[in-house]
Structures are given as C-alpha cells and as structure tokens.
Design a protein around this ligand. Structure first.
Ligand SMILES: N[C@@H](CCC(=O)N[C@@H](CS)C(=O)NCC(=O)O)C(=O)O
Length: 218
C-alpha cells in the first residue's frame, strides 16, 4: 500500500492527500515533520514533506508524486487526455507554485510563526505576488475549475496555495488577492464543500495544536 509521509498542516501534503482521497486510493498516512535525520533523507533527499513511499521506492516533490499517482492509480482522471490541455494544467500548477506559493512562503515566518522578515523580503514578496496574480489572471479559466470544466490537479494546487497566499497578502500588503482574481472565491468555496476537502480541513484543525507546539519549541 502507498504510504504518504507528512503532516496535516502542510499544504503540499494536503494536495496529495486530497488527490488520493478524490481518487479513492487506499493509502497509509505516516506523520512526519520536515527533518534532516539520515533515515528520512534516504526517502526524502531534502528532508521535506510530502514524500510518497511506493513498492518500488520513495518519491518526493509534489508535482512528481501527483504525476505518479495519475499514472498508476485508478479512479477519476485529474489530467485531461489532450496533450495541450494537460500541459496547460501543468502550466497552472507551476505558476501557482513558483509565483504564488513561493513568494508567499517567504513571508510565513512573520504571518504565521510570530517572527519577522526583512524589509527587502517584504518588498520582493509583494512585487512577486502582484506579478503572480496578474499572470494567473491571464492563465486561469475558472469555468468553474481553474483549468476549465473539469477538476484537475491545478485545482488542488490552487486551494492549498492561494488561500495561504491570500492571508499573507491581506496581512502584510493589505492586498485582496481573491478580489484581484475573479472566479477564485467561488472556486475556493465550492472546492471547500467537497467531502474529501472537508476531511483534509478537519485533519488540519486536529493537527494544528501539535504543529504549533513543535514550531514554538524550535
Ligand atoms: N518543492 C516541494 C516543497 C515541499 C515543501 O516545501 N514542504 C514544506 C512543508 S509544507 C517543507 O517540507 N518545508 C521544510 C523545508 O523547506 O525544509 C514539493 O513540491 O513537495
């Protein structure tokens, strides 16, 4: 059986978890936090989560894991058949990761962990997020899903990246990212209604206390 390593507050972990649940794949969850222990580095070379253990060995990097799941597991397809449409889904996933998730992530220490970031980081992150949302506005379709009429892996990236980035932008830059991306609020709300997403959200709430304890112990 597939084993998914990570913890329920991790947004990347939750992208994979939602995909597995939506496909109704049987899998086991192993709670692990990012770490540099030699045995964990053997399966996740950067010590990050998520990591997926398969019968043949381990895989890391969320988009790679999602591709593997799509190619090996039954259930609803979350990539289109058509090569161009599939590439557009991957383009959205990449945009969400590089231009929304990563700039917002630079601000997590100040927004979520009680730390502070430098003025330079703040300036760079705001500029990057503004550009990222403008790019997404050109690529995203919202009809009603981010890539069109069918739910795809880009929607899983969207719900777990855009929400946190919106919190960062609201708190640090007084920017309303959902208002800057028409269609995004509706998609976020409808994705959040899905039973699998509700289970992910409930596990996140349940895992928050331990995560906060561990983060403040550092
Ligand atoms: N590029 C990685 C990013 C994963 C990632 O950054 N995960 C976070 C937890 S949400 C992590 O492990 N952070 C610890 C670190 O960056 O060392 C992926 O796509 O899976």
């Amino acid at each position: 059986m597939l084993k998914l390593y990570g913890f329920p507050v991790s947004n990347y972990f939750n992208m994979i978890k939602l995909a597995l649940m939506e496909k109704e794949v049987l899998y086991e969850e192993v709670t692990v936090y990012p770490n540099q222990a030699e045995d964990y580095l053997q399966i996740s070379p950067m010590g990050k989560v998520p990591c997926l253990l398969t019968e043949q060995g381990a895989l890391s990097e969320t988009s790679v894991i999602l591709d593997y799941i799509e190619e090996t597991q039954a259930g609803t397809a979350f990539y289109p058949e058509d090569a161009y449409a599939r590439a557009k889904v991957r383009e959205l996933m990449r945009e969400l990761e590089l231009y929304i998730e990563l700039p917002a992530r630079r601000c997590y220490p100040e927004v979520f962990f009680g730390g502070s970031i430098s003025e330079q980081t703040r300036t760079e992150a705001e500029e990057a997020l503004r550009k990222g949302v403008a790019a997404l506005k050109r690529t995203a379709v919202f009809a009603p899903y981010i890539a069109g009429e069918e739910m795809t892996y880009a929607d899983f990236y969207f719900i777990y990246s855009f929400d946190l980035a919106s919190q960062v932008a609201a708190k640090l830059f007084q920017l309303d990212l959902p208002a800057m991306l028409p269609g995004s609020k509706e998609l976020m709300a409808s994705m959040a209604q899905r039973p699998a997403a509700q289970k992910v959200a409930a596990d996140l709430r349940a895992g928050m206390e331990e995560f906060v304890k561990l983060s403040s112990a550092k």
